[in-house]
Design a protein around this ligand. Structure first.
Ligand code: LIP
Length: 277
């Protein structure tokens, strides 16, 4: 039967679609691009406008809930996960793709209660795919159940990762070095879609065995984390320990076996936590 969080899932689905329509329409237009933490960390007016749209919609329906949004944090708001029901929002995941009209762009809306992720909605705007999951109720894409791949041998895996937006020499060296080490295990291949949320949905859908990244943020992974778990996958820290939403590190995999094998190969780095300030 329905419970109190079903209403939240309905609202998330409704506003993700609305937001996605705005993003899809904006994809084809000229954009003014601003930078954030590096020359490659981009933001547009659409990111800011769509985040406001999502927050005001949800705030109206759930006035007591808290919000963590990528652009609100960029504007100086806090990034701390408390026990109160909290929405964790990335209005445009894949902003660089968006700027270049590369068609992998998603609206990502996650929801946590008592620091536990309860639901996630990832709307892939270009191809009109709505991924969603409720904790304990499975994951879906456009109504169809999702499940991770059954391949548990790293040497035959297809992985997803990202180069990220850091242009710091030492960080880039670690990032590329890790890809080299993994390819040498060997692997079937490495892909990057340009959106953490869509990389994770690809794992949930069974298109790839795992995704890992250092330097991502809680809003990039909150929603898709629920989708991966509900599709039968696992989330762990890049070091192999428990997943921590605020740690800026993740391995999302089809199994403990694949996640552990990746963790064992990765050279670790610890970016500043999302909740450091
Ligand atoms: C992006 C992530 C991606 C990461 C990029 C960026 P944004 O999110 O999805 O995994 O490599 O640096 O953080 O900024 O487009 O929402």
């Amino acid at each position: 039967g329905r419970d109190e969080w079903d209403e939240c899932l309905d609202a998330a689905l409704e506003v993700a679609r609305q937001a996605g329509e705005v993003v899809r329409a904006a994809l084809k237009t000229d954009k003014e691009v601003l930078t954030k933490s590096s020359e490659a960390d981009l933001v547009t007016e659409t990111d800011q406008k769509v985040e406001k749209l999502i927050i005001s919609f949800l705030q109206h329906k759930f006035p007591s809930h808290r919000f963590i949004g990528e652009e609100s944090v960029a504007a100086g708001e806090g990034c701390h996960l408390e026990d109160a029901p909290t929405w964790i929002i990335d209005p445009v995941d894949g902003t660089t793709n968006f700027v270049h009209t590369f068609p992998f762009v998603a609206v990502s809306i996650g929801f946590a209660v008592k620091k536990q992720l309860e639901l996630g909605v990832v709307y892939s705007c270009a191809d009109d795919k709505m991924y969603s999951a409720r904790r304990g109720r499975g994951a879906r894409c456009n109504g169809e159940a999702l499940s991770v791949s059954g391949k548990h041998d790293l040497s035959k895996a297809l992985l997803l990762t990202e180069m990220g937006s850091s242009r710091d020499a030492a960080e880039m060296k670690t990032t590329l070095g890790n890809m080299h080490r993994l390819l040498a295990t060997p692997l079937h291949g490495i892909r990057q879609l340009g959106s953490a949320a869509l990389n994770m949905c690809a794992v949930a859908a069974g298109f790839a065995e795992a995704y890992y990244e250092f330097g991502i943020h809680c809003w990039d992974m909150a929603a898709a984390a629920v989708i991966v778990r509900e599709a039968g996958g696992v989330l762990v820290d890049t070091g192999g320990g428990p997943f921590d939403l605020m740690s800026r590190r993740v391995i999302a995999a089809n199994s403990e076996a694949i996640a552990g094998a990746i963790a064992a190969v990765l050279e670790q780095r610890q970016p500043e936590r999302d909740d450091a300030a």
